[in-house]
Ligand binder design. Structure first.
Ligand SMILES: *Cc1c(COP(=O)(O)O)cnc(C)c1O
Length: 433
């Protein structure tokens, strides 16, 4: 395969001198990953590029410190600086999202959701969430998840005709099953979540409404998606998707639920918080408060809409017919290419996506009919709507090449992709700067 020089695996990056000296083998892998992230078109909607500042914060000595407890109430001494770091992150979260309480300690999105169960339900209680193959998350009560085995998960889906959430079904299930918790939000939902409609149903049946905004937190922070704050009791989010922070999570709530949330995270579920991550969350939230982040969030949506339009023009079937947010779910049934075959071929073409079930998928979850794409990462590199027809053309050529098993065509696309991406240096990467 002939790749441009910039696409060849490079020696370990000079930006990690200690690592390169101490562990050349590992440093080479990091360097290769930097190169891969620089050269490819990353369309996985849950991924992004953090800024150099966020990246630096995750690599600080804050990682050396144990801090079980909360600012001012720790079980370890020496918290003079750590308390201030965590307080900064908490205050910034409250300001960015307009919430009364924020807990920045959950290790990731899944433990954050588990803490919500611990705070508001007992094992065996009924919880209502969106089913995984319809676009929900494992932790919303799906069977193979602890949340679906320790709790009684009842699941709602989307309407077969519109692929939109069926609120008649949600209301009927809520009235019949009387769940302790209702989860809304998902991992493959291309449309605006109607938090008001969920809030009304939750209040009617006296359930705690958890809005899981893991995917869309950056859009909410940037005003490109309605906020769940007036409607949800608890807001759960990762910090590493559209919010463009480190891998971590937050639980936010009304003041009345603050104690329950905090107790569930620590000591209920976790030990010491990851202070280096907390610091990086604080940095990301400072970035999210800047006017440029509003522009970013709206650009992510504009790019997704432009990409959806370009794919529709090429005859692709999109679940729900398009998108309101950062995500597009393509049903490849009419193209006669299984999602996994397409995803693997696109990967060889330098276009990174994931295969995904589509609602009412006749195929198996490990070999489904669709691929899921999104625009957060490419928007972080500065690509605009004018580039989306080209992205759609590459996807189309890649899918056709997958159908024909044409490896040469994939190689050509890979070269073209690497050439374009070289013109858009990735934030935080030494490569290409
Ligand atoms: C990503 C995601 C999670 C889980 O986050 P992890 O950090 O992968 O554990 C939970 N809920 C939703 C809706 C997500 O998209």
């Amino acid at each position: 395969m002939s790749l441009p020089q910039s696409a060849q695996p490079q020696p370990a990056s000079l930006s990690h001198p200690a690592l390169s000296a101490a562990d050349p083998e590992l440093a080479a892998l990091v360097g290769a990953e930097e190169q891969l992230q620089a050269d490819t078109l990353r369309l996985i909607p849950s991924e992004n590029y953090v800024s150099a500042a966020v990246l630096e914060a995750t690599g600080t000595v804050l990682q050396n410190k144990y801090s079980e407890g909360y600012p001012g109430r720790r079980y370890y001494e020496g918290q003079q600086n750590i308390d201030l770091v965590e307080t900064l992150a908490v205050e910034r979260a409250k300001a960015v999202f307009g919430v009364e309480h924020a807990n920045v300690q959950p290790y990731s999105g899944s433990p954050a959701n588990l803490a919500a169960y611990l705070a508001f339900a007992e094992p065996g209680d009924t919880v209502l969430g969106m089913s995984l193959p319809m676009g929900g998350h494992l932790t919303h009560g799906w069977g193979v998840s602890a949340t679906g085995t320790w709790f009684r998960g009842v699941q709602y889906g989307v309407r077969p005709d519109t692929a939109l959430i069926d609120f008649d079904e949600v209301r009927d299930l809520a009235r019949k099953e009387r769940p302790k918790i209702i989860f809304c939000g998902g991992t493959a939902v291309p449309r605006t979540i109607d938090f008001a409609a969920f809030g009304e149903i939750a209040r009617e049946v006296d359930a705690v409404l958890v809005a899981d905004i893991a995917h869309i937190a950056g859009l909410v922070a940037g005003g490109a998606h309605p906020s769940p704050v007036p409607h949800a009791d608890v807001i759960s989010t990762t910090t590493h998707k559209t919010l463009r922070g480190p891998r971590g999570a937050m639980l936010m709530s009304r003041a009345s639920h603050a104690k329950a949330v905090d107790k569930a995270v620590f000591p209920g579920l976790q030990g010491g918080p990851h202070n280096h991550t907390t610091a990086a969350i604080a940095v990301a939230l400072r970035e999210a408060a800047a006017p440029s982040f509003r522009e970013y969030a709206h650009a992510v949506v504009a790019n997704a809409k432009a990409l959806a339009e370009a794919l529709l023009a090429r005859g692709y079937d999109l679940v729900s017919g398009g998108t309101d947010n950062h995500l597009v779910l393509i049903d490849l049934t009419s193209k006669d290419v299984p999602g996994k075959v397409a995803a693997k071929a696109l990967d060889r073409a330098g276009i990174v996506v994931n295969y995904n079930t589509v609602p009412f998928d006749p195929r198996k979850p490990f070999d489904p009919s669709g691929i899921r794409i999104g625009t957060p990462a490419l928007t972080s590199r500065g690509l605009g709507t004018d580039r989306m027809p080209q992205v759609a053309e590459w996807i189309d050529r890649g899918v056709q090449a997958a159908a024909k098993g044409d490896e040469d065509a994939l190689t050509v696309i890979r070269t073209e992709v690497a050439e374009l991406m070289a013109a858009y240096p990735a934030p935080g990467l030494a490569v290409g700067e």
